[in-house]
Design a protein around this ligand. Sequence first.
Ligand code: AMP
Ligand code: ZN
Ligand code: FE
Ligand code: FE
Length: 278
Amino acid sequence: MRKIDLHIHTTCSDGVYSPKEIVEKAHQLDLNVIAITDHDCVKGYRQGRTYANKYGIEIIPGVEISTYYNDYELHILGYFINVKNRNLKVMLRFLQAGRYKRAEKIVKNLNKFGIRINIKDIYKQSAKSGVIGRPHIANAMLEGGYIGNYNDAFVDYIGNDGPAYVQKPSYTPAQVINIVHSAGGATILAHPGILNNDFLIPDLVDMGLDGLEAFHPFHSSVQRDTYLMLAEKYNLLVTGGSDFHGINKAHDILGKAVLKEKYFQKLKDYCAAKVKNR
Ligand code: AMP
Ligand code: ZN
Ligand code: FE
Ligand code: FE
């Protein structure tokens, strides 16, 4: 049985390990198929590809795109995308630039609370040209001695309900779905169980959503079964992965959350047919 993990982050967004290190870890853990799905960025996939080929690991192009629907945050995974697609590149550039602007706003908010970090402290936390995310801001706060532990940054300040939180500039879910489709990919709602907004699923399906990430380490078995059932109901693909960031030991699950081959094959066939029919 092949070991398949379709949700992994690297230093190209808010992961701790570089694409090279991720592929080496995947090799050590005997993973056969991986997708690097960095936030709003495909550089991790491009860098990882060379190493994956060396180890005979199948690496599929992926991305995790942040969007909002009626102020609810959604993450949409794109798989089997043509990373050279123009529309996709334009969207990712916009989202990456938006993340910088948003980080500056969050820093201003934090300053009001006496947290004297500046944007350069945040750049220090992200890899050169890596996409800025809230984990980098949390690390800068921790390094400055303003919080006791990493999670406090989210609980007290920058979590979605926190006083310093700012939304990212974004495309609408319908736009994200259309652009991923135009790049030949499939769109999957990431970790729906974490987002707690299942009532949006029918609307997303109407917009063309192709699948649900039923298998995720933070999903309970009840949630997993719910999403498998919803996938049947709406005739959707099913995916899964570890969502490994490498940030804390408690979430050291690379290679432990695996997707069954039958689901992966369906995704692959679906995308191949879509590209052929265009
Ligand atoms: P961003 O994409 O910049 O909005 O940051 C989102 C990332 O921050 C997620 O992928 C998680 O890694 C992290 N994150 C968000 N909320 C929390 C939270 N409440 N506790 C810990 N990490 C979080
Ligand atoms: Zn992340
Ligand atoms: Fe996510
Ligand atoms: Fe993720």
